[in-house]
Ligand binder design. Structure first.
Ligand SMILES: Cc1cc2nc3c(=O)[nH]c(=O)nc-3n(C[C@H](O)[C@H](O)[C@H](O)COP(=O)(O)O)c2cc1C
Length: 319
């Protein structure tokens, strides 16, 4: 249901044009799927919320995802509208929107890939799409080293050797803070617990944790590994452009049936990466990306990370 519907609007007017009463019907209906927020006030769900038509008639807007996420709530809301003879309006999704939202929702970081190769043509196509991303002054500050086959394996071998020796190299930029504070600390821990739990690493087993971390340098067995560099003549603000570029790239890959995992692990060994790939000292090693086909059987690929609700990170004003 609702595959190509962006939203369903239930209008507080019966089919014969009478305004539906009681006047707080919309708030009451929405309160069924609401929760109490930190400020002790009722917080409506993003999936069912009250509103008005331009003519001031009360409405309830329902996101069709409710059908999947909470079928009982969906049924209740729809039955309520039908029983009371309320008008409905299904707002169609613009062409391509549904496919795009599904691509966004389906993407997740993959940490074990199938050996199925990915051709240079496909990698080129994805990078070309990603390069459509915006950048300040249209600087396009990305530079990519795309590796497969022996080239990928040789870099992995060089890095794994360093990693096995517990070698450390000076990072060229700070990605993680020196000290973790909340809420970042808990989120980082949760990811670790979930990942280690799925791959069966018992708590405190340092050698297995190290082994799992080392898989980063194998690009998690992906047939293609990308290394990203950034011209040091630019200022750090342009790493924003870089992030958007990589965001475009991973979504393009997902839409093409490929999976990915962004990896700053490569920025832990900038000197080895630079030496191995003959990268100029003018270029900073930003990180890498594993690209290939997802292994559907792998336990580590079953992680679906949570997200905070929009209201938790957005301050709406004037809406
Ligand atoms: C800039 C960046 C760096 C990352 N570095 C690593 C990494 O080195 N190793 C790894 O396994 N995952 C890495 N990740 C993946 C994140 O852990 C992952 O995106 C996050 O847990 C959210 O999960 P999801 O991508 O499955 O939605 C990185 C992600 C980003 C955006």
């Amino acid at each position: 249901m609702g595959k190509d519907i962006k939203k369903l609007v239930i209008i507080g007017e019966t089919k014969d044009g009478k305004v539906f009463r009681p006047s707080d019907w919309a708030e009451r209906l929405c309160s069924l799927t609401s929760a109490v927020g930190n400020n002790k006030k009722l917080k409506y769900s993003q999936l069912v919320h009250p509103g008005h038509t331009p003519a001031g008639v009360k409405t309830v807007t329902v996101n069709p995802r409710l059908h999947q996420l909470d079928p009982l709530a969906w049924k209740f809301v729809i039955d309520f509208a039908k029983e009371h003879g309320l008008q409905f309006e299904a707002i169609p999704a613009p062409p391509g929107y549904t496919a795009l939202t599904e691509t966004f929702r389906a993407r997740h970081s993959v940490r074990r890939f199938l050996p199925t190769p990915v051709s240079r043509d496909v990698v080129t196509e994805l990078l070309e799409l990603a390069s459509r991303s915006p950048s300040g002054i249209n600087a396009q500050p990305w530079k990519v080293y795309a590796l497969t086959g022996n080239a990928r394996e040789a870099l992995s071998a060089a890095l794994l050797e360093r990693f096995a020796q517990d070698a450390t190299e000076d990072r060229e930029y700070d990605y993680y803070p020196d000290k973790w504070v909340e809420p970042w600390l808990s989120r980082r821990r949760k990811l670790g617990f979930d990942l280690y739990g799925l791959v069966g690493i018992p708590k405190g087993n340092k050698s297995r944790v190290k082994e799992q971390a080392g898989r980063n340098y194998l690009f998690f067995d992906a047939p293609v590994g990308l290394i990203f560099t950034f011209d040091r003549h630019l200022a750090q603000g342009m790493l924003l452009d870089y992030g958007i570029f990589i965001g475009h790239l991973i979504i393009a890959a997902q839409a093409r049936g490929l999976a990915s995992c962004m990896q700053t692990a490569f920025a832990d060994y900038p000197q080895t990466v630079r030496r191995h790939l003959g990268i100029s000292t003018h270029e900073m090693i930003v990180g890498g990306l594993a690209l290939g086909y997802r292994d559907p059987e792998a336990p580590e690929n079953q992680i679906i990370t949570e997200r905070e609700p929009v209201e938790a990170f957005t301050t709406f004003k004037g809406f």
